[in-house]
Design a protein around this ligand. Structure first.
Ligand SMILES: Nc1nc2c(ncn2[C@@H]2O[C@H](COP(=O)(O)OP(=O)(O)OP(=O)(O)O)[C@@H](O)[C@H]2O)c(=O)[nH]1
Ligand SMILES: [Mg+2]
Length: 356
């Protein structure tokens, strides 16, 4: 699963990514997309570490792209943005980063800080990029349907769909709003429409504006979550050791960092949950799509586990927390032997029994 941080110039994308992976901010704006593996914080780990004292700890991760800032203010910038946009059509989620911080050392896009205007511009450009794709596809299909091909019926259906999408975009609606069925979604899945992807808006606020809420409801479809964060503060937090960070957060009355909430929000917007394993002295969280069966989940760990699947010995983290130990869980009959078709739940702790 891959997400992309996109936004206009100097909105704080690289700072956000640096705080997510605790690394240094790269030197001023590179021209290429940078990729980083971001660990997903898991509140359950502390307790499990205490109980199992694993030698190794592995978090679930998502792959995150830091896309150089778009500049639609001149032709050169537009051409560069087009090239970048073409490279993010395969990602699973878009994070639209907008700037709401003042910083004299980093001049803002179009010389003023205006998150609502920036979000509108960004969304319009995403719509235009999709419109271009729809238009090209319509032109091709219009030619194709006159040829005696086996795919004619399908091509006609696809053409009708693209005309509907074109209407939606022309009235400034995202493609997601015009899709009425799974079969329609399947028909256009491979084209990588940007406005069909789930998205999250990240407002990068200055420290002075923390606590302010941003209402973009006139611009957004209601399901798009908006999170506010101060990337600079988050970055500073990420550079502290765990103890000082906890102290600092306690002093400021912060229970959970904005970054942690944000990245967990992305994880669930991607439809991902985690199951856990505590075998071989390693505590590990595994990302799976909600609705994954035990059989498929076993395959995430090893193909042999899937091939030779016998049972999934399963208990929930919540039960473990309640009963205190595996022994107590066993005595209470809370350890289940699940079969191949069991739908794995978030927080399931699983020991796969297999035979090869
Ligand atoms: N005051 C303040 N400055 C910030 C904040 N976030 C980022 N900056 C500064 O703003 C500048 C741009 O930050 P980057 O993270 O490089 O922004 P970007 O969106 O990756 O920039 P481009 O890739 O060039 O588009 C840097 O000088 C940061 O130090 C913030 O929350 N507050
Ligand atoms: Mg950057």
């Amino acid at each position: 699963m891959q997400i992309a941080l996109i936004g206009l110039l100097q909105s704080g994308k690289s700072t956000i990514l640096a705080s997510l992976c605790g690394k240094a901010i790269p030197a001023l704006g590179t021209a290429a997309i940078e990729e980083a593996i971001v660990p997903i914080p898991d509140n359950r780990f502390d307790r499990l570490i205490e109980l199992y004292k694993p030698r190794k700890i592995t978090h679930a991760t998502i792959d995150c792209l830091d896309v150089p800032g778009f500049n639609f203010a001149d032709d050169h910038g537009r051409a560069a943005a087009r090239r970048l946009i073409a490279q993010i059509r395969t990602v699973d989620l878009l994070v639209l980063v907008v700037r709401a911080f003042e910083n004299p050392a980093a001049p803002p896009y179009r010389n003023s800080v205006d998150p609502a205007r920036d979000l509108a511009e960004l969304q319009t450009e995403l719509l235009l990029a999709d419109l271009e794709l729809v238009t090209t596809r319509i032109e091709r299909l219009e030619k194709q349907i006159h040829k005696p091909a086996k795919t004619q019926a399908r091509d006609k259906a696809e053409l009708a769909l693209h005309r509907k999408l074109q209407d939606a975009i022309e009235s400034e609606k995202p493609i997601s709003s015009a899709i009425d069925s799974d079969s329609e979604r399947d028909m256009i899945k491979s084209l990588g429409f940007l406005t069909l992807k789930p998205s999250v808006v990240a407002v990068n606020v200055g420290e002075g504006r923390l606590g302010e809420t941003f209402d973009f409801s006139t611009r957004l479809d209601s399901p798009v979550p908006v999170v506010a964060m101060c990337a600079e503060l988050q970055y500073e937090l990420s550079q502290l050791d765990a103890e000082s960070r906890a102290e600092f957060m306690a002093e400021m009355g912060i229970a959970e960092s904005a970054m942690s909430k944000f990245v967990k929000g992305c994880y669930s917007a991607l439809g991902l949950i985690s199951f856990l394993t505590v075998a071989s002295c390693e505590l590990r969280a595994w990302p799976i799509k909600e609705g994954t069966t035990a059989h498929e989940a076993a395959g995430k760990i090893h193909t042999d586990m899937k091939r030779g699947f016998i049972r999934a010995e399963t208990f929930s983290y919540d039960h473990l927390k309640e009963f205190g130990s595996e022994k107590a869980l066993r005595a209470a009959g809370k350890i289940r032997l699940e079969g191949k078709d069991y739908i794995v739940q978030d927080g399931d702790i699983i020991n796969f029994r297999f035979n090869v």
